[in-house]
Design a protein around this ligand. Structure first.
Ligand SMILES: Nc1ncnc2c1ncn2[C@@H]1O[C@H](COP(=O)(O)OP(=O)(O)OP(=O)(O)O)[C@@H](O)[C@H]1O
Length: 320
């Protein structure tokens, strides 16, 4: 595993299996990852550049000429239906898959040949978690933290992601959402410059989801490049500076959420005004005034077009 990609905690692609050949939480002296962040890097600078990426399985191109860029200090969301090629793309970026064509540059480097140099600078949260099943949650996080020269405060991460209640529980006994939170903590504890989050809040309760969103927003404001895949359109709307919609292994639309909404074919056909009414507002009078303007109750009740509407327009409604 250490020769493939730059995962720091012995995780392997897809299977999520822990690779005991790397460093295990039980090891007393983990390998220290000592790469200082690039002090000259600036917000908005490209941290990930994917150009014409192709990945084939059995002759079928599941990633088919995909290009995208993710920048420092921005959250880049990669959206797409099941099987669109998102995870395969991310795994090529993580150096876990060898592209058949195209280029991937991670912090200006090749994710496979420069894996050792990238390992301390990039955080990875895999879809499957990929954590060692026998170790206790806090042990895992402490172990991963100990691999970095200047890790985040473990106690602070435990608090903000609510890990304390299951700190002594073995990974195999964690619920799906608890495992996700632990995997996220492991992905960010090393103060990465670029972090890949594959469906970071899948299976989480609303409280956990908001804790994750707050953490992602903080990473962005700290200048970290965050690349996330998600099926949750509200998550993309809440977090993403730039959205790439992927289908059949290609990017079919890109832009800020507002740009995608504005570019939708029937943009502007619905107008919705949302506001917070002050206490004591006369709703009946307001409704009467709206009716006088030709705005009926039904129109008032109609929601705005959402990113989900645009996503379905772009990718269709058939199941994959
Ligand atoms: N190791 C593999 N061997 C053969 N086919 C694979 C392999 N890994 C992925 N695929 C196929 O590649 C396609 C893209 O898969 P990928 O996991 O990248 O999609 P995705 O967009 O991440 O989907 P999801 O939203 O369901 O996670 C799918 O059809 C999948 O079956």
């Amino acid at each position: 595993m250490s020769s493939k990609g730059y995962l720091t905690s012995g995780r392997s692609a897809r299977s999520g299996a822990y690779d005991p050949g790397v460093t295990t939480p039980a090891a007393s002296t983990p390998t220290r990852l000592d790469a200082p962040a690039d002090a000259t890097a600036t917000r908005g600078e490209a941290a990930l550049v994917v150009n014409g990426l192709v990945k084939r399985y059995g002759g079928r191109a599941v990633v088919d000429g995909l290009s995208l860029t993710a920048r420092r200090g921005e959250v880049t969301a990669v959206l797409g239906p099941n099987g669109a090629g998102k995870t395969t793309t991310i795994e090529c970026c993580e150096g876990l898959r060898l592209p058949d064509a195209g280029t991937v540059h991670v912090l200006g480097r090749d994710p496979r040949s420069d894996a050792a140099a990238l390992r301390p600078r990039v955080g990875v949260m895999l879809q499957d978690g990929g954590l060692p099943s026998g170790a206790r949650a806090l042990e895992v996080l402490r172990h991963v933290a100990a691999m970095y020269a200047s890790p985040r405060d473990v106690g602070e991460l435990v608090d903000r992601l609510g890990l304390a209640s299951f700190a002594r529980t073995s990974v195999r006994r964690l619920s799906g959402g608890q495992r996700q939170r632990l995997a996220l903590a492991c992905a960010v504890v090393g103060r990465p410059e670029l972090v890949f989050l594959d469906e970071p809040s899948a299976g989480m309760d609303p409280q956990s989801r908001h804790a994750v969103w707050d953490l992602v927003a903080e990473l962005r404001s700290d200048g970290v490049a965050v690349v996330l895949t998600t099926h949750l359109m509200d998550e993309a709307e809440a977090l993403a500076d730039v959205v790439h919609v992927v289908d059949h292994g290609r990017v079919i639309a890109s832009g800020a959420v507002g740009e995608l909404l504005a570019a939708a074919p029937d943009a502007g056909t619905q107008a919705t005004v949302r506001f917070t009414a002050p206490p004591g507002v006369d709703v009946a009078a307001l409704t009467a005034w709206l009716a006088a303007q030709g705005v009926t109750d039904a129109q008032v009740a109609t929601g705005r077009r959402t990113l989900e509407d645009v996503f379905l327009d772009l990718t269709g409604r058939h199941l994959r």
